[in-house]
Write a new protein. Structure first.
Length: 249
């Protein structure tokens, strides 16, 4: 099921995880995050984990922000972050540490920042403001795709084309294909204003990835030929010409 946030609409909910083996530190940070939500009219859906192993077991990309204590028993924050990044490249990671030197490794897992213990409300507010700004930027250029139980965020520019068959859609990106229950119309509504065109009742193409028009097919950057219906060909050529800023001859 596709989903795209309207960048002009204020975000109302945020899914946040805390991974911290100290009960008091975990409770303190949770209280501050809830306070931040209350102060900003934001519902914080908070999940708490006592160690790195707990969050990476069966991990699904479902969080917007994860606060990770670096020094934990067993699987520490750095190792947990590396495991998370293998399946989730979008979630914002913020490390929590007693000593700044331990946060240096955060660059390897694209962490946004780190908080020094004891954590203050001012620091939490600053990091949450930064996180929301980053999420807003990402949502202008990406959408959620996949089954409702395990959606993934992908850059719109990485989608080559989308096809439908009965009640299934297949989203072809530059690196993979995902198949799940949805309708092509749902994607058409979201993506048509963003350089996509319904070339056929079963296909939605990204003009960025159209290499050429060969008879009744769009030749795509991944080598696939996507069908163009006769009734839509004129409109496709006109929109493609507008997109590339050229002229039909």
């Amino acid at each position: 099921m596709p989903d795209a946030e309207n960048p002009t609409r204020r975000r109302s909910t945020l899914s946040v995880a805390i991974v911290e083996d100290d009960d008091r530190d975990r409770a303190r940070l949770g209280t501050m995050l809830r306070q931040y939500g209350d102060d900003n009219g934001l519902t914080i859906r908070l999940s708490e984990f006592e160690d790195g192993a707990a969050i990476i077991e069966g991990y699904q990309p479902q969080y917007d922000v994860i606060f990770l204590d670096i020094q934990m028993r067993g699987i520490d924050g750095m190792r947990a972050a590396a495991a998370i990044r293998e399946v989730d490249t979008s979630v914002i990671l913020i490390f929590v540490t007693k000593t700044a030197q331990y946060a240096v490794g955060g660059y390897a897992v694209q962490a946004l920042s780190y908080l020094l213990k004891p954590v203050t409300m001012f620091a939490v507010k600053s990091e949450m403001d930064r996180s929301l700004a980053q999420l807003d930027r990402a949502e202008r250029t990406s959408i959620l795709i996949g089954p409702r139980a395990a959606p993934r965020r992908v850059d719109i520019s990485d989608i080559v084309y989308i096809e439908s068959s009965k009640h299934l859609v297949r989203v072809h990106t530059i690196s993979e294909t995902q198949t799940f229950n949805a309708t092509l119309q749902e994607f058409d509504d979201i993506l048509s204003p963003r350089g996509f065109f319904r070339s056929h009742s079963s296909y939605l193409v990204n003009f960025k990835h159209v290499v050429s028009i060969d008879g009744e097919d769009c030749m795509m950057t991944n080598g696939d030929a996507v069908r163009i219906s006769r009734s839509r060909k004129k409109g496709l050529l006109e929109e493609l010409t507008n997109y590339i800023g050229g002229q039909l001859v």
